[in-house]
Design a protein around this ligand. Structure first.
Ligand code: SAM
Length: 338
């Protein structure tokens, strides 16, 4: 256990710190500092003592005369390179999850599944030393990967983090009191299976947020949440981040980007018995009537419509061109342009 979360990962390098070294030709290596530690490469030896006490962002020289830029890895760097059991939530989505689910310092947060622990690290950072994170995972070996990753990054397992092995549907009611959880984040294949127990666990006004990879999952979980009548109308979005190359006069978007990771959908728990004021909504497209069919005319969906007069003109033009082509074919000539 550690209270390391409340320490600032800054200041001069200390024994036990993880340090990312950028060596000759941009090669990256991460080391954990020890008093007697040495990094051996074919460029020579770099003693850890050259780093201990040096400021973050220093350049140190190894025995072969090669220079290394030394930086503490950012959380973003760590999650992208840490061992994975299951697919991780990318930093761009984790940042949005924190914002849309409104994870605040001191919050009681539930997440499932824990997977590789990437989101756990972001959540722990956002809820701070006064909050509590309970992470559920049905596969014990994934939970082990997540625990090891969190321990590696934070230098220990935080006291305010519990990992529960089991399916959220059974394990959540057995672990938390009803209406005691501020935020729930679901990153799993079938989040709709967990919405009932999540509704019981959430405090009134609390937020459930689902991260899903496909549009069909998005639709299914949205309809499930809506049908319970226990939540506000769900909101959804996705985040696309396009990097830019900014160098001299070459200032342009990167040629490549990660175009799709997943969608976020979130809703808030209503107070028991609360029925929100009716919103003016169009009827669902899955059960449309004559009125809806009217709405889907080409003009309504932005399809430019041709007038009858123009259409008759086009017919005449086309027939004239066809007549010309017929005459030309009969005489063996090329048809003139209509
Ligand atoms: C994509 S991974 C989660 C990755 C994680 N958010 C991260 O950033 O590293 C999905 C995980 O959910 C777990 N899972 C799926 N359904 C579950 C359920 N009902 N209860 C608990 N865990 C579940 C799976 O075993 C898997 O490890």
């Amino acid at each position: 256990m550690t209270d390391r979360l409340i320490e600032r990962p800054s200041g001069p390098f200390r024994v036990g710190d993880r340090v990312q070294l950028t060596g000759p030709k941009g090669k990256l290596q991460t080391i954990t500092l020890r008093e007697d530690g040495e990094l051996h490469t074919h460029h020579g030896v770099l003693r850890h003592t050259a780093l201990i006490g040096a400021p973050d962002g220093s350049v140190v020289t190894g025995s072969g005369g090669h220079e290394y830029l030394a930086l503490r890895p950012l959380l973003r760097d760590f999650v992208m390179s840490m061992p994975r059991g299951a697919a991780i939530i990318y930093p761009k989505d984790a940042a949005q999850i924190i914002a849309e689910a409104d994870v605040f310092p001191g919050a009681v947060v539930v997440e499932a599944g824990v997977g590789s622990g990437a989101l756990s690290l972001w959540l722990l950072r956002a809820l701070g030393s006064t909050g509590r994170l309970v992470s559920f995972e049905r596969r014990a070996e994934f939970a082990e990967v997540a625990q090891a990753n969190v321990e590696t990054f934070l230098g220990g397992v935080p006291e305010n983090w519990d990992v529960v092995i089991g399916d959220l549907v059974e394990a959540l009611p057995a672990t938390v009191a009803p209406a005691s959880v501020d935020r729930v984040v679901l990153d799993m294949l079938a989040p709709w299976e967990c919405i009932d127990v999540v509704a019981d666990a959430l405090t009134p006004g609390g937020v459930v947020l689902c991260y899903v990879a496909t549009a069909t999952q998005l639709s299914r979980v949205a309809e499930y949440i809506r049908a319970t009548g226990l939540f506000t109308e769900p909101d959804a979005n996705e985040t696309m981040v396009r990097g830019w190359h900014v160098e001299g006069l070459a200032v342009r978007p990167d040629h490549r980007m990660i175009a799709h990771t997943g969608f976020l959908l979130w809703a808030r728990r209503l107070a028991p018995g609360a029925v929100p004021p009716e919103q003016k909504r169009r009827a669902s497209k899955s059960s449309y009537g004559d009125e809806d069919v009217e709405l889907w005319t080409p003009g309504a969906v932005g399809d430019r419509q041709i007038t009858d007069k123009n259409l008759r003109k086009r017919v005449r033009e086309a027939q004239k061109a066809a007549g010309g082509a017929r005459i030309a074919a009969a005489s063996g000539e090329t048809a003139p342009d209509a």
